[in-house]
Structure formats: C-alpha cells, structure tokens
Design a protein around this ligand. Structure first.
Ligand code: NDP
Length: 241
C-alpha cells in the first residue's frame, strides 16, 4: 500500500492488544501517526513503546469508551497533540460474560446485555460524537466500526451469544444511520468484520492472525473519496446484513 503523503492521524480504540494493536501497527506502517486509545495506563504505555520500536509514530490516549469523561478528555488529548483527526477506528469491544461458552437468550442476564451494549454500541457513539469535530477538520475523514459477522442476521454464525451478536447487529444499524446523516459530507463511515482471529477474545483459538483481521480496517480507513458508505465488509467483500 502507498504511504499516505501528508501526516495523518488515526485514533484506534482498544489499541493495546489484539486486532486493535495490529490496526495501529498497520496504519503506522503506511505513514499515519497513531493515537493509541487504551484504558489501562501500563498496557497503553507498553503498546506505544512496541509501536515506536516498530518505527511507528504513535502517542497514547487514555480512553475508556464507557466513560463520558474519559472520552471527552481523549478528544482534548487528540486535539492538543494532532489538531485534527483523519481516521477513527472504533475497535474496542467485549463479548460479555458467557456460561458454558454461550449467552442463552432464555436465561439471559440483562446486566450482561447492558454491559456489552455500553462498550460495543454506546461506546462507539460516545467516541464518534466526541471525535467528529476533529474529524470534520480533515480532508478525507474515515470512520471504521469493527463489527462481526456474528451480528449478521442473515449469516447467524458462531455460538448463541444473545448479548454480543445483537450488539454487533445494532452497531451495524447505527453505522448506516451515521452514514445517512453524514451523506453530504466528506466523512465516510463503514463497518468491517475481521474474520475469526486469534486474540484474547477468542482464547487465541482461531485461524486468522491479528494482522489478517486488521486488513479490512486498514482498507476502510484508506478508502478513496468516492468509496462506499454505510456498508459492511470483510476481506471477501460485502457481508450480508
Ligand atoms: P481483544 O479482547 O484482544 O481486545 C479488545 C480490546 O478492546 C482491548 O484493547 C481492550 O482493552 C479494549 N477494550 C475493551 N473494553 C474497553 C473499554 N471500555 N474502553 C477501552 N478499551 C476497551 O479483542 P479482539 O482484538 O479480538 O477484538 C477487537 C474487535 O474485533 C472487537 O470489537 C471484537 O468484537 C471484534 N471482532 C473480533 C473477532 C475475533 O475473532 N477476535 C471476530 C469479529 C469481531 P483491555 O486490554 O484494557 O481490556
């Protein structure tokens, strides 16, 4: 991929490990300055150090996507450090508590649903709305929401996860609402699915590497100005809703 020709800044949420770290590394490798969004100070510092060692221009941004105050402070940090934001990757996500590997809808603990929605959906809205003023200052702003084909009502893949899967269906739906609202602007919003990736999230028991999972986010983060909007893609192409 070509290097970006001026210094653009990308904020990746949940960038301290897994797919988020790989997205940060991948965007850094093509010339982005990477704002490493992570909630834990030590894990964030460690990730920034590893990115620097890999030659990436990176800085840490304290960011817990479930906290209004933390998100507001993160926007101030990005503004003070970079002045604008070119790319936002909403990657931070949780599966929520499972029992025997499932979230059974017939015995569902609604607190688990609330917790999952707070991170996977409300967190995306919180961060996106806080960062939009900075994104609007960029020439070709891009927002990438890391979703999952488990949220596809057509595919219905994976185990029964009655909190996690609907959170990604709602994330997809919100992605289209943002795309509609921003249709007459230069802000392009899409959702991406990384495939089944070996991370903490999957107990490292999955066939794809974080770098493979990150590829779709990097593609959607670098779409041309006439690129698709309000769509849901994995590496193979459009994912059915
Ligand atoms: P990991 O569990 O490895 O990483 C999740 C990241 O999100 C961590 O950095 C974690 O931080 C962060 N995070 C969680 N909650 C918060 C919060 N409240 N505020 C800030 N950061 C938070 O997961 P993956 O890398 O596998 O997943 C990344 C994304 O990809 C998720 O949205 C997931 O749903 C999606 N996905 C993953 C798939 C897979 O196969 N792995 C498949 C499909 C989608 P911390 O270290 O502090 O917990």
């Amino acid at each position: 991929m070509d290097r970006v020709n001026d210094t653009k800044t990308a904020l990746v949420t949940g960038a301290n490990k897994g797919i988020g770290f790989a997205i940060a590394q991948g965007l850094g490798a093509i010339g982005f300055t990477v704002a490493v969004g992570a909630r834990d100070d030590a894990r964030r510092a460690d990730a920034v150090e590893h990115l620097h060692a890999a030659g990436v221009d990176a800085f840490g941004v304290a960011l817990d996507v479930t906290s209004d105050d933390s998100v507001a402070a993160a926007a101030r940090t990005v503004e003070q450090t970079a002045g604008r934001l070119d790319v936002l990757v909403n990657n931070a996500g949780i599966s929520g508590r499972t029992d025997d590997g499932a979230q059974d809808p017939t015995t569902l603990d609604l607190d688990v649903v609330r917790t999952v929605l707070d991170t996977n959906v409300f967190g995306v809205v919180r961060v996106t709305n806080a960062m939009l003023p900075l994104l609007r200052r960029a020439h070709s702003p891009r927002i990438v929401n890391m979703s999952s084909d488990m949220g596809s009502l057509t595919r219905q893949t994976g185990p029964i996860l009655a909190a996690y899967a609907p959170s990604k269906s709602m994330l997809n739906s919100i992605t289209t609402q943002y795309a509609r609202r921003l249709a007459d602007t230069n802000v392009i919003v899409n959702a991406g699915c990384p495939g089944y990736v070996a991370t903490d999230f999957t107990g490292f028991n999955a066939p794809r590497t974080p770098e493979q999972g990150a590829a779709i986010a990097i593609r959607l983060a670098t779409l041309p100005d006439d690129g698709p909007r309000g769509a849901f893609f994995d590496e193979e192409g459009a994912v059915p809703w």
